[in-house]
Structures are given as C-alpha cells and as structure tokens.
Design a protein around this ligand. Structure first.
Ligand SMILES: Cc1cc2nc3c(=O)[nH]c(=O)nc-3n(C[C@H](O)[C@H](O)[C@H](O)COP(=O)(O)OP(=O)(O)OC[C@H]3O[C@@H](n4cnc5c(N)ncnc54)[C@H](O)[C@@H]3O)c2cc1C
Length: 520
C-alpha cells in the first residue's frame, strides 16, 4: 500500500510501553497489547493499600488514552506466544476463548515482571495478578485484577485486613528491608499506628546496595517510630529460634514478603531466556542494541531477524558476566526502563529507514536515582548510585524529598495519560541532551598549546574556545561518532577511551592542534 507505515507491536502498556507508543506513533502503526485494562503507577501503589482513595489518582483506563488521545491501537489481552520467524504474536484477547494472531514488522517487548519469588509464579500486592498462569495459582483467585474494579476490590480487602490488624494491635513481620520493605513498613506504621512492626533482612543493614547515609536515615526514622529492625537475619519461619531471635516467640499475626522480582516472560521461547538471574532466571537476553538474542550458551546471536527488542523490567538487565561486564546489571526501576525504551525506539526507526548504524544502549544516569518514602511526610533521595555497593549520595531528604516524590508521581502519571504538563516536564529528561549524561562524552576543546582550562584562552584560535562561557571551549555533549564527523578521526581517536576528568594526548585537525578533557 503506497504511503503505508510499518507496524510496530508493543507488548505491555505501562511505563516503557507508554513511552514507546508516544515516541513511535507518528512513524508507525502502533499496537499496544496489555493483559490488564488500566495503567497503574507502581511506585505509588503501596499508599493505595493503606489509603484506598489514592488508587484513583494512580490509575486510568488505557483504551481511551491510547486510542483517543495518542491515536494508536490498544488490545486488551495476553500475549501467549511470540513467533520471531513469522513475526506474529498469538494473543488471547479478553472475552474470547480463541487466539488471535497479530502480525508486525517491529516489536518492542515492554512486559515488565512479577514480584514475590516465593510464590510459584511470583505474586505480590505490588503488581496485579494478570497472567493466566499466575491467576491459576493465585492467593486471590476470587478477584480478577485484569479489571480496574478487580484491582480496587483487592486494595479494599487488604485495607480492611490492615484495619483489623490495627484493632487487634497485631504483630506484622516485613521480610526484606530493601526500598519496598522499608516503604511498606513505614506506610503501615503511619496509617495503622497500633500495628507492631518488625522488619528483617539478611544483609547487615537496610536499603541493600544504597549508600550508608541513606540507610542510616531510614533506620533512624524506623527506630524513632518504633519499627523493630533485625539485620543479618535470614527468614526461617519454620524454625522457632528464628522467631525468638526477632523477639516474636509466638510468630507474627501477618507476614509480608517484600523481596525480589520474578520473570513473567511466559510467551517467549526458552532459548531467549536466561538460565540465571533473580527469582531463578527467565529474563530476556538482549544485546547492546536492545535486540532480543538467544542465550549465550546457544551462541548469543540476534533472535529472529533483529526486529524484536526487549526493554525495562522484562529483560536480563545486564550483558556479560561478573568481572567481564559489557553492561553491568541495571536496576529494575522505571527510569532506566524508559531510557532503554528510547534507545529501542531509535533503533526501530533506524531499521525502518534501512539504516545500519544502530544506537548502543548504556548505563543511564537515572539508574542511580532512588527515592525511598518513609510514610507520607518523609523520604530520602539517592542519586549517583551504580552497581557498586554503597555507591551514590543522599542528595535530598525529609519533607523536600517527600515533596519531590509527590511531584514525580503526579507529573509522571500526567505524562502517561498523554497530558501536556507531564509531557513537557519529562520529554527533556529522556531526550537529548539530558539523557546523554549517562554515557556521552562531554568535551571541552582547546586549541594550540593550551592545556589548562581558561588560563591561556587568548592564545587559542579554536572557535569553541572563543565562544567562552562558563566552560571555556566547551564542545557540549557529543558522542564519539559525532565527534568524528565534526572534527575528524584523530580527535575522536584521542577522545574515545577517556574517562571523565582525563586529558587526551595532543591531536590535530584542520583547525589546529587540540587537547581535550572529558568532563563527564
Ligand atoms: C512497590 C514498588 C515501588 C517501586 N518504586 C519505584 C520508584 O520509586 N522509582 C522507580 O523508578 N521504580 C520503582 N519501581 C519499579 C517500577 O515500577 C518498574 O521498574 C516499572 O514499572 C517497570 O516498567 P515496565 O514498563 O518495564 O513494566 P511494567 O510496569 O511491569 O509493565 C508491564 C506491563 O506489561 C503487561 N504484560 C505483561 N505480560 C504481558 C503479556 N504476556 N501480554 C500482555 N501484556 C503483558 C502487564 O500487564 C503490565 O501492564 C517500583 C516497583 C515496585 C513494585
């Protein structure tokens, strides 16, 4: 058909799927498939269980937003199988017992994951039970969380359970003092102050790999409000000594397990899924272009013809192995997921134009940002964390951090609803130049004999040096390829392997002799 656009299928319509739909809608016929009918802002969902009215502000129905506002197609159904050779997805749509087969030219898998690795298919309060496999073994089979009304009923049930626990002044054990466990304990404490809370973790302190400053801040908060903490303590519910150790000799009236993720990529062929990884593996292997690959033990090559991508929580999160990382594990949080979604969209657009130079993804700066709320009026915000334990800095805390979390929540949901305030705020976070902080090379360039920033600027004949400004000779954010195109191979060679803060050797171009410093 003349003028027909290529078809792009998005599996999952939450953070990453929503991002891709907005990004691709102009150039592709986009179809979004989601197993549930609604968007839910996962980072805010704990508050909904202790204050159910909050659910309304976290959720919206997907169909009107996708079809009427964005102008893409939405299918409410579960993808049961993805066929890479035929480029089709087998979908069980709602209210039908038959399977539909949907064709595509490109596909981005944005299907996220489950939480709660102790349950057979992974199940937790934090993520609705939507997959057929999961619903069959669910602890809340009587509720169908694919419907927003089902989700609301689940939230209300849990709320009433907490109310009863509060009336009884019951004991509650939270297993896992990562950010979800800490947030859940402090939410319960704030809204149900008569519940007696204990939190444990097998690590020596809370908040896992985050910096000591943040862990101490959260510990102090929990201590001040009477939440008992036990660290270096594994969960061993069948052992009476375990209960004695955590000063609950008669056990707890209720236990919430707040640890870990579990893959839910049931629709993918086994040879694309990891044997290892959190929750026993099952994560989608991918390469630096975010294309789905077969597992390394089967050669690690691109799966299908390279037109299928996997982004966000559903993928393996890392490339390589410990000690030999090509890309170290990226935390399963929304910012890096959206960053990957952006890179995958760029690659889909390039493939559609028959371009071969695909974007390589990188560790995004936002992968190091963690906001942990401590009830509604306190929080701490860490930036700059990476894969090393204890890395990052607590840069905001107390009421300002709680406010920051609220602002993020409100504006992010606004963006996902395709409303302009949210779009205006978040667009620039994921697009050039801000998103390049994660990896692009910021270079200040000086010409002719100048080696120290600013000092001998009048000797420089370089146009960038003459521009002046706060960073004299600042070239801005450039990727090595762009550097090569603009200044020639010698400069890009000299700059290529620099780490932030390092200076290059002398390098010449048609404009003269330069020395560079990579500044970020
Ligand atoms: C309690 C909690 C607090 C969090 N707090 C934060 C935070 O403060 N900051 C932060 O950045 N991140 C936070 N996260 C993590 C964040 O929510 C996730 O990283 C993010 O939701 C991942 O987005 P995604 O698009 O990859 O997947 P998801 O949001 O999981 O969306 C996947 C979608 O795919 C659909 N789907 C799955 N399988 C199929 C299928 N077979 N067919 C059709 N549809 C399917 C699902 O229904 C779902 O709607 C938190 C997570 C939890 C649980």
């Amino acid at each position: 058909m003349p003028g027909a656009k290529p078809r792009c299928l998005l599996i999952g319509g939450q953070f990453t799927g929503n991002f891709c739909a907005r990004e691709l809608k102009k150039q592709f016929y986009v179809t979004v498939i989601d197993a549930k009918e609604y968007f839910e802002y996962t980072p805010g969902v704990l508050r909904a269980f202790v204050r159910p009215a909050h659910l309304d502000s976290l959720t919206f129905t997907l169909q009107p937003v996708y079809e009427r506002k964005m102008g893409v197609k939405f299918i409410w159904g579960e993808v049961k199988e993805l066929n890479g050779d035929r480029k089709t997805a087998i979908v069980k749509t709602m209210f039908s017992n038959n399977m539909d087969e949907i064709g595509f030219d490109y596909c981005i898998i944005c299907s996220g994951c489950n939480f709660g690795p102790f349950k057979p298919m992974g199940e937790s309060l934090w993520f609705p039970t939507v997959h057929e496999e999961g619903r069959a073994v669910s602890d809340w089979k009587h509720i169908d969380e694919r419907f927003l009304e089902g989700r609301r009923r689940h939230v209300l049930e849990e709320y009433h359970k907490l109310q009863d626990l509060n009336k009884k002044k019951a004991t509650v054990l939270i297993v896992g003092a990562g950010f979800i466990g800490v947030e859940w304990a402090t939410e319960i404490e704030h809204f149900f102050p008569d519940v007696k809370l204990t939190i444990i973790d097998f690590l020596p302190r809370c908040l896992g790999p985050l910096p000591d400053s943040a862990a101490n801040y959260c510990s102090e908060y929990m201590n001040a409000c009477g939440i008992k903490e036990f660290y270096s303590c594994g969960y061993d519910p069948k052992n009476p000594d375990f209960w004695k150790k955590i000063e609950l000799p008669n056990g707890a009236d209720e236990t919430y397990v707040c640890i870990g993720v579990k893959a839910s990529n049931y629709f993918m062929p086994k040879n694309t899924l990891s044997d290892k990884g959190p929750g026993g593996g099952g994560w989608i292997h991918f390469n630096k272009h975010l294309q789905v690959t077969v597992k390394p033990s089967e050669g690690g090559g691109v799966w299908a013809d390279g037109s299928i991508f996997a982004v966000g929580d559903c993928n393996y999160g890392c490339i390589g192995e410990p000690g030999k990382w090509e890309m170290p594990p990226v935390p399963k949080i929304s910012y890096p997921g959206e960053e990957q979604a952006y890179h995958a969209c760029l690659n889909v657009m390039r493939l559609a134009k028959n371009q071969k130079n695909l974007v390589k993804t990188w560790w995004p700066w936002g992968a190091g940002m963690f906001a942990t709320s401590l009830g509604p009026h306190d929080a701490c915000f860490v930036a700059g964390a990476n894969e090393n334990k204890g890395s990052g800095y607590m840069v905001n805390w107390w009421i300002p951090a709680a406010l920051q979390k609220e602002i993020i929540e409100t504006t992010k949901i606004d963006e996902c609803r395709d409303c302009w305030i949210g779009i205006l705020i978040w667009h620039f976070v994921h697009h050039t130049p801000v998103h390049l902080f994660g990896r692009a090379v910021g270079l200040s360039g000086f010409a002719k004999w100048v080696v120290i920033a600013g000092k001998n600027i009048d000797l420089s004949e370089c146009t960038t040096a003459q521009k002046g400004g706060g960073m004299i000779g600042d070239l801005g954010w450039l990727q090595p390829d762009e550097l090569k195109n603009r200044f020639g191979p010698a400069l890009s060679e000299a700059a290529k392997n620099l780490q932030p803060g390092q200076w290059s050797d002398l390098a010449s171009s048609e404009m003269g002799i330069h020395i560079f410093q990579r500044i970020a």
